[in-house]
Ligand binder design. Structure first.
Ligand SMILES: NC(=O)c1ccc[n+]([C@@H]2O[C@H](COP(=O)([O-])OP(=O)(O)OC[C@H]3O[C@@H](n4cnc5c(N)ncnc54)[C@H](O)[C@@H]3O)[C@@H](O)[C@H]2O)c1
Length: 256
């Protein structure tokens, strides 16, 4: 039986890269895909193993998804245990300071990229017992976030896709989960223009998130959403328990 395999988008840097390294260390075959070829080459050099397959893939490109998936499935000996839809981009600041083109690009990568990935991967996931999709959402999927409005909206969409597809794909034995980190120390948060990064702080590392992703692959239960870090657990719990007006006040207090 071939070893388990994971296909990771946005794997050249940040959370995707840390996850690729962790899964290689855990004995998986890892497909690391990104638009950043030099970043993938440096990952390959760092890992130096036959357990890593790399490829250039823009998550907005449907044809590239079909080609990348077919190639990786063959390299993995006919199994796809996990698709990690991790690639994402962020524009921050007042809504009107971000151009419509930037908002659209964000939606295209963060939402259509996930839709494309789920579409391309399903035929292969269905052929692998106990397979799953893990989508990278964010604490921004808990309550709409000022200065990150379209980013937050894109992560709400990822959350909804996760909930809907987990129900739809029960019939195929494919689980769908998502991850909700608060701020993580990666290039994405360099120069981020949102007050909440000061009030809430950047306390998570990419490795913290990678470890949560590994836990999700081992989980036999039905938990869909995986906050990372105690602050995210508190935020998620308070929105669930407190009246809407209090959640709004809490968000206003931390972010405006
Ligand atoms: N850093 C944070 O604070 C944080 C918090 C919560 C969620 N997230 C989410 O985690 C994911 C990874 O973020 P990160 O912090 O590692 O960011 P990062 O900027 O460090 O890495 C993102 C990677 O995605 C790649 N990428 C960008 N556009 C792409 C495309 N069209 N196709 C394929 N690859 C593309 C980049 O080349 C880069 O390697 C994103 O979905 C992000 O929204 C990040």
């Amino acid at each position: 039986m071939a070893r388990p395999s994971i296909f990771i988008t946005g794997a050249a840097a940040g959370i995707g890269r840390a996850t690729a390294k962790l899964f290689v260390a855990e004995g998986w075959l890892v497909g690391a895909y990104d638009i950043d070829r030099p970043g993938l080459d440096s990952l390959q050099q760092e890992v130096r193993t036959g357990s890593l397959v790399t490829g250039v893939l823009d998550v907005r490109d449907v044809a590239a998804w079909e080609k990348g998936m077919a190639e990786f499935f063959a390299a993995a000996g006919g199994r796809l245990d996990v698709l990690l839809n991790n690639a994402g981009i962020l524009y921050s600041g007042p809504f009107e300071s971000i151009t419509p083109e930037q908002h659209h690009r964000l939606v295209d990568v963060n939402i259509n990229g996930v839709i494309n990935g789920c579409h391309a991967a399903l035929p292969y996931l269905r052929r692998t017992p106990d397979s799953r999709v893990i989508n990278m959402a964010s604490a921004g999927a808990i309550y709409g976030h000022p200065s990150l409005a379209s980013y937050s909206a894109s992560k709400f969409a990822v959350r909804a896709l996760t909930e809907a597809l987990d129900l739809e794909w029960q019939q195929y034995g494919v689980k769908v989960r998502d991850v909700w980190p608060l701020y993580v120390s990666t290039a994405m948060v360099d120069n981020l223009q949102a007050r909440s990064i000061k009030t809430l702080g950047v306390t998570l590392t990419a490795e913290d998130v990678a470890r949560t992703i590994l836990r999700i692959t081992r989980d036999k239960g039905g938990r869909l959403h995986w906050p990372v870090g105690w602050r995210t657990h508190v935020l998620a719990g308070s929105v669930k328990l407190l009246p809407g007006r209090v959640s709004r006040l809490l968000t206003r207090w931390t972010s405006t």
